[in-house]
Design a protein around this ligand. Sequence first.
Ligand code: ADP
Length: 426
Amino acid sequence: MPDRPSTPLKVHRLRRLLEISRTLSSTLALPELLQKIVDDACELTQSESTSILLYDPASGELRFEAAPSQLRNGLSQVSVPLASSIAGWVFTNARPLIVPDAAADPRFYRKVDRTINFRTKSILAVPLLVKQEPIGVIEAVNKRGDDDYTEDDQAILEALAGHAAIALENARLLAKLQDANTELTRLDRMKSDFIAIASHELRTPLGLILGHATFLKELVPDTLQEQMEVVIRSAMRLKSIVEDLSAIAQKDDGQARVRRAQFSMAELIVEVVERFRETATQKVIDLGYDVPLQDPLFVEADKEKIDVALTNLLRNAVTYTDGGGQIGVKAETEAGFVKVFVVDTGIGIPAIEIGRVFERFYQVESHLTRRHGGMGLGLSIAKAMVEMHNGQIWCESREGVGSLFCMSLPATERQATAAGKVFKTA
Ligand code: ADP
């Protein structure tokens, strides 16, 4: 069949539809958007009224979501059953429907007209589909001039229904995302509170245990010295866990302060490496450092915090390297930054986990980590310490080959300021 020439009216309606589509894509708030859709649908289909009905899973009925302003209040009082209404038929069958004479159609649900004191003559209804599934119906009522609704009217209403469905789906997804986000924030808050309370409450009794155990060790006979050693060692382990937790708690509540003073990074490296000498020797790990002897590598930073970060990196290197392996610590200055590298030939980290090891409590798969213990806090603490200085920390690793951790610190306070964020100084 040859194409019929477009009538001026048809062209006008298509232009309007295009215009409306453009406006709709830029309108964000859902109620205004739906209102605009029903108003535009009314104009374009030349109807007396247009409304959007959404399926309410709780009642199993359709409820009016948008309607012309003069009918909105009345329509919000009624719901439309699926089984005995035209909208219900359209929803259930997911198909459009033109009803030229509503009163003669047995599916017509009269209660709506009675409630709002209206007289429905003709109806054009199309489903609102999201991924082919109906979520509601858009209905145009009473074609003006007592004409019948046409296929063109139907096509226009279907185009607008598409917009409404996308907007509703986006709003639903956004609401879901916001709920999930609120829940995550709540859980995160609970986690932070727990960490703060646990570290605070454990600190005092632990101090007492350690103090008394150390005191008793001096008094007990030689036969009990070994047991006392066990008590003290275990209490020391707990103390380091509590210290980790309070470092996190302090960062969370913004209490952590960077107390800057100049110190030699080369000396700190030697100090920290030597602390691990005994453990490394016991595990038969070759532990060494490579720092330029002529250059002390001065940095203006909080030595205690950098000590914690470096200790955590080295503790991990020793923990995750088996006997016969090697660990090296290297440092250099580059463009106003002092970089410290901790390199090991240990078990390495699978590529997909590398991005997550700096997260709190994150540990690589249990079969790798279970035999090593730990809480999954060491790297997140190291990261927090380095970032407080406006520095950066990162990792490169290959499973079964080894890992390289690098922390890069601004060498001076001025450099730190230039490096970015404002930091707190005591
Ligand atoms: P943990 O207390 O478990 O060591 P960390 O935050 O220090 O917690 O480290 C997180 C995880 O990153 C560890 O559980 C481990 O799986 C992995 N990891 C850290 N350092 C190394 C390393 N040098 N070699 C291999 N895996 C490492």
